[in-house]
Design a protein around this ligand. Sequence first.
Ligand code: TPP
Ligand code: MG
Length: 351
Amino acid sequence: MPSRAAPTTQSPPVPAGLTRDQLLEIYRYLRLTRTLEERLTALYRQSKVIGGLFRSLGQEAESVGSAYALSRGPNQDILSPLIRNLGSMLVMGAEPIAILRQYMAKAESPTRGRELNVHFNDLEKGYLGQISHLGDMVPVMAGIALTFKLRGEPRVGLVYVGDGATSTGTFHEGLNFAAVQKVPLVVIAEYNRWAYSTPPEKQFAVKDLAEKAKGYGIPAVTVDGNDVLAVYEATKSAVERARRGHGVQFVEVKTYRRKGHAEHDDQHYVPKEELDWWAKQNDPVDRYVTQLVRNEWAEERELKAIDDRVKVEIDQATDACVDEPLPPGESALSGAYADPRTAPRHWYRSL
Ligand SMILES: Cc1ncc(C[n+]2csc(CCOP(=O)(O)OP(=O)(O)O)c2C)c(N)n1
Ligand SMILES: [Mg+2]
């Protein structure tokens, strides 16, 4: 975590116990997420990305704000990101070059070309690779959080779940199990109005996803997912309650998916006015910039300097890996399936 710096005397108090350095760090993660995804889009259009490209455009604040509320370092909390949670992985310490290599299936990528996009883990940094089947990470993370509880460790799990994924059986089973077992788990439910081309009114009959959690006896709140500090505050208090032994907590973030399901999807089913409104009136990065400057927590030139540094960082990471080779074809089968007799011990490292 960054060192503590006192806010200036004349500006309004910084919210949620954050220091000014931390406010700027949150800004850096938002900008890093957006810039990295923009670079990935350019690489996709040059046919350098292998497989799909999933954007979190317009949702960066909910990933960054929620992950920033976790504890890193000793007694590391663990989160499980989905395709739209790149920002959460960057907060936990994922390196842009690892993400770029992974999307391009390079031999040096975290999964050595065996898997794509954000499907990889780093247990030391505190993130799991996802299972694609929607909803499945809820019971997985409930199990991990149960382990923390049984071992008496002061650690918390955090799991993201999409609005569409809340219709699956595993979501409900996992949530109920987590509630009954009172595990230290925080569920971030992303109401982004789309599940592929399915809108909420064709997906569920409740207004808020929080109502689903309340049905299982789980404390649940709904927050503006495009207000990074609101997401941080709600998640922080959910994490603290979970850590104090109050069991699973549910935070619903209202946001909007501004791109298609993946880069190949042209969103023909989305009303254009809706997209324009979210882009112009409710962009989470623009909103945070306004908030920082208006409250005199940061100056525009400081933010611009962060933007410039992020761009250099992404340029250097791209240059360093874009021409790297793919894994050799004859290596394709090794490491695709774990063989406990020959696999390196670190593959079985426990959480
Ligand atoms: C059980 C299951 N059914 C269908 C799919 C295919 N699928 C992948 S993502 C997706 C939409 C997910 O929507 P949502 O949960 O709202 O997440 P979002 O894409 O909005 O982030 C679908 C249908 C899947 N991965 N798993
Ligand atoms: Mg959705």
